[in-house]
Design a protein around this ligand. Structure first.
Ligand code: 3PY
Ligand code: MG
Length: 248
């Protein structure tokens, strides 16, 4: 890990897209198993494409479930982002699922692909694997300092859409509401006071840049679906006025 900052986010079942993000130069690419339209088998192919270009394969898992966390780690994920962490106990369960017993965790042994592609994977796994707990519930936000103090946790990761909903705000992209920004700043401070990273799903490069300037260590700056939509719309608008495809 654990010094990287530019992350891309994959929502489609598209190993080639994952590979393109890596080739473009992102430090890591997150395969979103929670809200992405892809399954475990496709995720493995994505991990291969990402690593091929020297980028780190990451996964956002569906839930704080050791069975799901074990699967992505065994497949070679080097970063795990866990959604909806609300208490220090949940954060501790998450970290333990990422670490073997000799590192204080309870991860079951069976790194089928991870050990195939990484030298001395088992011995170095605590150093190799970045564990990020998502702060995106009201309870998680209220407990953020205690969560940040969880032994072995590498970072907090802000989910802005759920965090906005948690405080009765709309889940808008690029939320710049002062009350929201104040919460972001508190989460960054909690992470840094505990000596760990703070990351965020930023969603657009502009917002990602602003969040880095606020002190964020890591930003998920683009999604494949948004890039494709933006590019397709821009191509259409270059070609001509809308509606051409409906002409009979
Ligand atoms: C959120 O914004 O809530 C996320 O989980 C990012 O995907
Ligand atoms: Mg979320």
């Amino acid at each position: 890990m654990k010094d990287q900052n530019y992350n891309a986010w994959l929502l489609s079942p598209n190993p080639l897209g994952a590979e393109i993000f890596a080739k473009a130069g992102f430090d890591s690419v997150t395969v979103d198993m929670q809200h992405g339209m892809l399954d475990f088998r496709t995720a493995i192919d994505c991990f291969r494409g990402i690593a091929l270009h020297g980028s780190q394969p990451w996964a956002r898992v569906e839930a704080n479930d050791p069975a799901l966390i074990t699967k992505v780690l065994d497949a070679g994920a080097l970063g795990v982002i866990c959604p909806l962490i609300s208490t220090p106990e949940q954060a501790d369960d998450f970290v333990k699922a990422c670490r073997y017993q000799f590192d204080g965790g309870n991860r079951s042994f069976g790194p089928v692909r991870a050990a195939l592609v990484l030298d001395d994977y088992v011995g170095r796994s605590a150093e190799l694997v970045t564990a990020m707990a998502m702060i995106e519930t009201r309870e998680g936000f209220n407990n953020v300092e205690a969560i940040a103090a969880t032994p072995g946790l590498d970072g907090l990761f802000i989910g802005p859409a759920d965090l906005a909903l948690a405080f009765d705000m709309a889940p808008t992209p690029e939320n710049r509401d002062p009350a929201f920004i104040e919460r972001i700043d508190r989460i960054i401070a909690a992470a840094h006071d505990a000596g760990i990273l703070c990351g965020m799903f930023a969603g657009t490069p502009e917002y990602a840049k602003d969040m880095l300037a606020r002190g964020m260590d890591m930003v998920s700056a683009v999604t494949d679906t948004q890039i494709l939509l933006n590019g397709a719309q821009s191509a259409l608008s270059t070609i001509g006025p809308p509606g051409g495809h409906t002409a009979g």
